[in-house]
Design a protein around this ligand. Structure first.
Ligand code: SF4
Length: 409
């Protein structure tokens, strides 16, 4: 059956994009005391149709809030959200910018010129209006075929509904005309797809009767039962033991490799991302510092941003069973995560090239590096791109085909 949707952009044949999602200059900020701290600063990302993008970075890098904003799931208020996030899911649907008009409602705007923090532009009463408008767009996104695999399945599953009822509801998103028998058949099919016992007995369970691994698989089945064209998985293996994690990664790999599914996997597990994804976007302290094809980022001879190199070295060290220490500037606080506002490179306090003065320090301190291409489709935000090419980094940890016991970066 043809699903209906009122797009916020008029259909246009020229608007058909080879990219299923293009996000540009996205800002997200949260109010802390009397200021709004920007936790995503001018984030860009692009998901080509039929590809899976891995979004990596350590805790506090802003990756989850970035994607939550793109999905209309941001729970930050009052604050700042701005930019654009255009979904081109094809079929009957015109491209939709889920962030269009957000600035008209937002109490703060992003900083400009020499401003350090977002600036208040109106009182906050307009914010709930935007959330209401946004809820409609989120519903539209679901109807268009966008699915979510959340970080905490127990928090995302409805504790009062049996697994079967939740799965049958998801099946009806894709097949609104399905009879109760057909919806149940579809629910059992998806149980089998995620390697759960495909029976009415499993359908009759409540979420509290599931183990952690089972709940995660039900969550995956729920996301896929709606037959999405685009799926977002936020730390899909967090909290699972290594055996279950391997199983879930294998399951995701099998599902994501078939069909023309596109999506984003958010994780700090670099080997898992390398196995599941076609492209990689790396964030540090709210900024995207590198993006490129997964092969380039796994190739030890390919130049990488110094932060990506650090991630790869730490993943390798952990995979070898050794703890990895961060390179730290003398006198730097051990708690080095969090936002960094103003001009300059966000990574400079941990950058060896900067510390050893192999690049002009005033450049790294005074100018935020733009992301520029160092190879086809591979961009790095670093003032020392020539040096990166001379000091290749990386290694087998992101080769993409090994056993993934959860070497977290
Ligand atoms: S811009 Fe400067 S500080 Fe930043 S990663 Fe490059 S060399 Fe290091």
């Amino acid at each position: 059956m043809k699903r209906s949707l009122t797009p916020n952009t008029p259909p246009s044949p020229s608007a058909v994009s080879p990219d299923i999602l293009v996000a540009r200059d996205v800002w997200v900020g949260v109010q802390v005391d009397k200021i709004v701290k920007p936790i995503v600063q001018g984030g860009d990302l692009r998901v080509p149709s039929g590809q899976i993008l891995g979004l990596v970075g350590e805790s506090g890098s802003g990756k989850t809030q970035f994607v939550r904003a793109l999905m209309g799931l941001s729970n930050l208020e009052p604050g700042v959200i701005s930019g654009s996030a255009v979904y081109s899911l094809g079929g009957d649907f015109a491209p939709v910018d889920v962030l269009s008009e957000v600035e008209d409602y937002c109490p703060y705007r992003p900083p400009q010129n020499d401003e350090l923090y977002p600036v208040r532009q109106r009182i906050g009463w307009a914010w709930p209006l935007w959330r209401r408008a946004h809820a409609r767009r989120l519903q539209a996104l679901r109807e268009m075929g966008v699915g979510f695999i959340f970080q905490n399945p127990m928090g995302a599953l409805n504790p009062y509904m049996r697994v079967g009822s939740q799965l049958m509801e998801a099946v009806r998103v894709a097949r609104p005309d399905a009879s109760p028998g057909e919806a149940e058949e579809g629910a059992i099919h998806w149980l089998a797809q995620v390697h759960l016992k495909a029976s009415r007995e499993t359908l009759g369970l409540y979420p509290h009767e599931l183990s952690g691994g089972m709940a995660q698989r039900v969550m995956i089945a729920l996301a896929l039962a709606g037959e999405p064209r685009f799926v977002v998985a936020d730390e899909p293996t967090t909290g699972l033991d290594s055996h279950i994690r391997r199983e879930v990664v294998g399951l995701l790999h099998r599902i994501m490799a078939q069909g023309d599914l596109s999506g984003i996997v958010i994780s700090h597990d670099l080997p898992m991302v390398a196995r599941l994804c076609d492209r990689l976007t790396v964030m540090f302290r709210g900024r995207v510092v590198e993006e490129g094809p997964i092969e380039a980022l796994g190739d030890p001879d390919s130049p990488s941003h110094p932060y990506t190199r650090e991630l790869k070295e730490r993943a390798e060290a952990l995979a070898r069973g050794r703890g990895a220490s961060r390179s730290r500037a003398p006198g730097q606080s051990p708690d080095s995560t969090g936002v960094m506002v103003g001009q300059g490179c966000v990574y400079r306090s941990r950058c060896t090239l900067f510390r050893e003065r192999r690049v002009e320090p005033s450049l790294c301190e005074g100018e935020t590096p733009s992301r520029l291409e160092i190879a086809s489709g591979h961009r790095v935000a670093c003032h020392a791109r020539e040096l990166l090419a001379q000091t290749p980094g990386g290694g087998p940890a992101v080769g993409g085909h090994g056993d993934h016991g959860g070497a977290h970066v």
